[in-house]
Design a protein around this ligand. Sequence first.
Ligand SMILES: Nc1ncnc2c1ncn2[C@@H]1O[C@H](COP(=O)(O)OP(=O)(O)OP(=O)(O)O)[C@@H](O)[C@H]1O
Length: 301
Amino acid sequence: MTQPLVINQLYKQFGDKTAVNGISLDVNEGEIYGLLGGNGAGKTTTMRMVLGIIYPDGGRIEYHGKGYNAELQQGMGYLPEERGLYPKIKVSDQIKYLGQLRGMKAKDADESLKYWLNRFGVPEYYDKKIEELSKGNQQKMGFIAAVVHRPKILILDEAFSGLDPVNVELLKETVRELRDEGTSILFSTHRMEHVEELCQRITILHKSNPVVQGDIREIKKRYPREQVVLHTTGPVHGLENLAGITKVDQVERGYLLHIADVAAARSALQLAMQQTDVEHFEIMEPTLNQIFIQEVGESNE
Ligand SMILES: Nc1ncnc2c1ncn2[C@@H]1O[C@H](COP(=O)(O)OP(=O)(O)OP(=O)(O)O)[C@@H](O)[C@H]1O
């Protein structure tokens, strides 16, 4: 079976600025693929090339094994980072029109729009103009515009920006459902916790270059474990004097230790057991946030 989306050595230059410098990745059917990077790293440019809005200067994109063709638009959906809907036009007129542009019959577009408005608990927005809605609700309408025609490939650029926590959960659930129905989703965000929850594979871009790529669990194994959680019933004295312990933070139920090596974790555990009962001991995996900051510590622009 051919993959829905394969990007091979994609390259884009604006004047003398290289915006994307040789990115390759592929998205499977029923996958949410994370595209990460600081401001100006090249995420939106990559997405716009996938959508055929701008042309690559080098490299190739294949959709189900074929190059770009106009019909593809019917099978793709896009939620842009900046709001893409017209403020003065009614939600229903606008989204039904977009659905029809992507090959839907007027009746089907109408039914689909009503389904999504109900799904998000806002059927009354059907007759509202975009400018009458709050920023977060405009974002939800943008999401509906991206999925109204049930695209096979969905491009979400900062999909959760401007949403309150309840709406973030609602949208996350919806994105997972679309994935489970087989949609291939390319997902960009600055929020690492969303990536940890939704994506299995990622690419981190830094200054236009892919710097980290692959399965999140495999990526984490490549980074040293530098923190230890130690929960105890009583105090532990002398942790800061052990070799290899670089910092001791007191936390609610014990300590968070910063370690230089695993031997330091072992000696901390031994010391704690000599003095009190140990309730919990864990050598922590690095978080994606820590990996991101390590790789993209320096700003892009
Ligand atoms: N149309 C354009 N003309 C000139 N330069 C551009 C254009 N579009 C993007 N760039 C430049 O290309 C680089 C990558 O921009 P891009 O918007 O892809 O980054 P991004 O990773 O999406 O950033 P952000 O997280 O801030 O949205 C930036 O330096 C940007 O200024």
